[in-house]
Ligand binder design. Structure first.
Ligand code: C2O
Ligand code: CU
Length: 475
């Protein structure tokens, strides 16, 4: 079936759910009872997305025919994947990290730490049963700024959390692209950007389009899975003149809360139930974070009305998690700071505009966690862990941002509860990535899970690559 998005994709399951123009398709094939499989072929594919204005760009994608593939599993199903690294650059290694999934450490896809990276021409494999429902995604964990910059990411959805099925479901992927006036990619990183809030894209997109108009059923309750797949931008999403409720944060069901607006830093997700407009009318989705509210998408209602009554969101099923023992949890302070080089560069005007060639790879460290800047951009050269935790014990990380930038802080293999903030009221949500605002302190609590080395880093990928990453070890 043609998706209207990125050409032809394989549809392997009859889907009752309405599809938005612009929603990529399922790619996981059932191979046995309770097992689905996919084969990825990581390669360069010249692609002309609608937001590229007719230009073709050398994207790197997981498979032919779709830019951001969607894997849909049912809770309890195993997912088996083989990936071939056919990336076009000598020495361009890859792994796949399953962002947000609580799967065994050896499936976590972190080069040198949980596995050897896969060189071009070779194959890697993963097999796991996701323990939780929700909206997750996957990406390589190598040369991340360039890989994300070229579009190398996919969506993984684990179904089975709905008590009341919505009238339709949509996946919205927000991402900026760094395209120059000549229609070619700009360098994916600059020292100037890396030392500040990241090197911003020049073209915004939602599902590969600029501010798409998405057709939805009229007066219906539709589920929208929002993904911020930009390695830099913070968006604050909200609807104008519409009733909507937040039903999950980073895939984790929450008691429905009215959506006023919600900030999504890099890698953060939000599931929303929206009551669509009456037939012929539309609802606009805005980003309120930019100076002028920006229209990200428009949901245009067509066809007969689906619902009459008052809008009321049913909660999603919430997955079982080990309960945090807040009173007895061990507290671990974790400070996010700039290195002296980073602070100096961020302050200096003289240095603005430097770009590092060819397309990527800053050699500098600008950022640190607990004064330790992870050296060398890659994941080799492991320093000591930020902390050693005991499986089953409760921990509270006291996250402290001593920089003037926001940092979306991501934990691997776990989710934490956001307990409090020094500057704002945050609902107590469970998530895998929390946005730490400038000079903010946030406490997050969790129970240490499976043994292994788990990454803990800023998901502004230039910050990560310029030092703001670390890991903790569960024993
Ligand atoms: Cu999506 Cu280590 O992260
Ligand atoms: Cu950061």
């Amino acid at each position: 079936a043609a998706t209207g998005f990125l050409g032809v994709a394989r549809t392997v399951e009859a889907k009752s759910k309405a599809k938005a123009a612009g929603t990529p398709e399922v790619i996981a094939q059932p191979i046995a009872n309770g097992v689905k499989a996919a084969t990825f072929d990581l390669a360069e594919r010249p692609t002309a997305l609608p937001c590229f204005d007719g230009k073709t760009l050398p994207l790197w994608t997981f498979e032919e025919g779709t830019t951001f593939p969607i894997v849909r599993l049912k809770l309890g199903e195993r997912f088996d994947t083989v990936f071939k690294n056919n990336l076009p650059v000598a020495g361009e290694v890859a792994t796949i990290h399953w962002h947000g999934l609580r799967i065994p450490n050896d499936q976590d896809g972190v080069p040198y730490m949980t596995q050897q990276p896969i060189p071009p021409g070779a194959e890697g494999r993963y097999s796991f049963v996701p323990p939780d429902t929700g909206s997750f995604f996957f990406h390589t964990h190598c040369n991340s700024t360039e890989h994300f910059g070229r579009g190398l990411a996919g969506v993984l959805i684990v179904e089975g959390d709905e008590i009341t099925p919505p009238d339709a479901e949509y996946v919205l992927l927000m991402k900026d692209w760094r395209i120059g006036p000549d229609g070619a990619f700009l360098p994916f990183t600059t020292d100037e950007g890396a030392a500040r809030s990241g090197t911003a894209g020049t073209v915004r997109s939602v599902n590969g389009e600029r501010s798409p108009v998405i057709t939805v059923p009229s007066s219906a309750d539709v589920r929208i899975r929002f993904y911020n797949l930009d390695p830099t931008r913070v968006s604050e999403i909200g609807f104008e003149n519409a009733e909507a409720a937040i039903i999950a944060v980073d895939g984790n069901g929450v008691p429905p809360m009215p959506l006023e607006s919600w900030r999504l830093g890099s890698a953060m997700r939000l599931d929303v139930l929206l009551r669509t407009a009456p037939r012929g009318k539309s609802v606009k989705l805005f980003d309120y974070f930019s100076k002028e509210p920006f229209v990200l998408a428009e949901f245009k209602s067509e066809g007969p009305a689906k619902r009459k009554g008052k809008f009321k969101a049913t909660p999603l099923k919430v997955m079982p998690f080990a309960k945090l023992d807040e009173a007895n949890a061990e507290r671990i302070p974790i400070e996010f700071s700039a290195t002296p080089t980073g602070a100096a560069l961020a302050d200096s005007v003289a240095n603005s505009g430097i770009e590092i060639g060819p397309l990527c790879l800053s050699k500098h460290t600008f950022w640190a966690i607990n004064k330790q800047a992870w050296p060398g951009h890659e994941h080799k050269d492991l320093g000591p862990p930020l902390a050693v935790l005991k499986a089953g014990n409760s921990y509270i990380f006291e996250l402290k941002n001593t920089t003037p930038r926001a940092h979306p802080i991501h934990i691997h293999g776990h989710t934490f509860e956001v307990l409090n903030s020094s500057v704002r009221r945050i609902p107590r949500v469970r998530c895998d990535t929390v946005l730490l605002l400038p000079n903010e302190r946030i406490e997050v609590g969790f129970v240490a899970g499976d043994p292994g080395k788990w990454m803990f880093h800023c998901h502004i990928l230039e910050h990560q690559e310029a030092g703001m990453m670390g890991y903790f070890e569960v024993v």
